[in-house]
Design a protein around this ligand. Structure first.
Ligand SMILES: O=C(O)CCC(=O)C(=O)O
Ligand SMILES: [Fe+2]
Length: 320
């Protein structure tokens, strides 16, 4: 089996570091995104108490009766806010839905930007006021960490450090709290049912707060599955399809999945919290000229982020 080295980077060396440390961080994240598409990050600005509180609230949300959760499954929102029930999302190219339910939180626009009218309001959980406040705080902290990472990536790409800034300000990012529910009788499942089928993320970058259990795997260039393990409170960061399109494949949106645990552990739940960092929908994803040459011909059609998101939400069954 091939092994993959997933770089572990200290975000503080970029945010507060010397010019030399900042340059090294940019080079390291760029190289990792060019090779594996994944890194893990320490000193990302979320402390253990906040992460523990987040998971307490996430567990409490999914422990609510189905009738309570279903109140928050709002038609017409394509799962982009509030609850999405079991059996609703199917990875692109699969027939059997993933073994999960989730809740999504979107952007809060506070500066009167007209983009506010493009976003549905967040859905508040009446039964769990602290769920609403902790997820909002985590959203903001992961958005800040993600913006620092995009600065470093812009520098690696030879762009102005602030290249992504206007595109992601009030962007369409989503915090997804996920519950892979326990299954008492694994024999009752379709043979190909998995927690999350192999997929690539749609957005620019994803920041994933360490899950409550193993299961995340990435597909290597040799076409083998390799487990992604995060230490303690590390955040796993990966490239999504929008950044891959913009960079004409220089930064890799690596296929990943969440496998089922061994049979005797199937009755145990798994929780995880990815933050999908999206730009505003008018961002042009046309590949950068600097990433196109004779050895790297243009691979993707020109699209805006909004057009691309719409296409992908239809492919995974969330938008009709
Ligand atoms: O649950 C995880 O560890 C990863 C989830 C994931 O890849 C996704 O929701 O896109
Ligand atoms: Fe993913």
């Amino acid at each position: 089996m091939s092994t993959v080295h997933i770089a572990r980077l200290d975000l503080n060396t970029y945010v507060n570091g010397s010019a030399e440390e900042r340059k090294r961080f940019s080079d390291d994240i760029g190289q990792a995104f060019n090779e594996t598409g994944f890194v893990t990050i320490t000193n990302h600005g979320l402390d253990k108490a906040l992460i523990d509180n987040l998971y307490t609230q996430v567990k409490a949300l999914f422990a609510q009766p189905d009738a309570v959760k279903q109140k928050y499954e709002i038609p017409g929102l394509a799962g982009q806010r509030g609850y999405t029930g079991k059996g609703k999302e199917t990875a692109k190219g699969f027939k059997t839905p993933d073994l999960k339910e989730f809740w999504q939180i979107g952007q809060t626009v506070t500066d009167g930007d007209p983009v506010k009218n493009d976003y549905p309001d967040n859905v508040m959980v009446e039964e769990l006021p602290e769920f609403n406040t902790v997820t909002r705080e985590v959203y903001q902290k992961l958005e800040t960490a993600g913006k620092h990472l995009l600065h470093a990536i812009a520098v690696y790409l030879g762009l102005d450090e602030n290249y992504f800034e206007p595109k992601v300000h009030n962007g369409n990012s989503i915090l997804r709290t996920l519950h892979y529910f326990g299954i008492e009788d694994p024999d009752s499942l379709p043979a190909d049912a998995v927690r999350a089928g192999a997929h690539e993320d749609i957005n620019l970058i994803t920041l994933l707060i360490g899950a409550s259990a193993d299961g995340l795997e990435l597909l290597t260039r040799e076409n083998e599955w390799f487990p992604v393990k995060a230490h303690g409170e590390d955040v796993v960061v990966n490239v999504g399809d929008m950044l891959q399109r913009l960079t004409n494949g220089k930064l890799k949106s690596t296929t990943h999945r969440v496998v089922n645990p061994p049979r005797e552990q199937m009755k145990n739940s798994r929780y995880s919290v990815p933050f999908f960092l999206h730009p505003k929908s008018d961002m042009d994803l046309t590949s950068l000229e600097s990433c196109i040459d004779a050895g790297h011909p243009k691979q993707f059609s020109d699209m805006t982020a909004g057009e691309y998101l719409d296409e992908r939400l239809r492919e995974i069954g969330l938008k009709k």
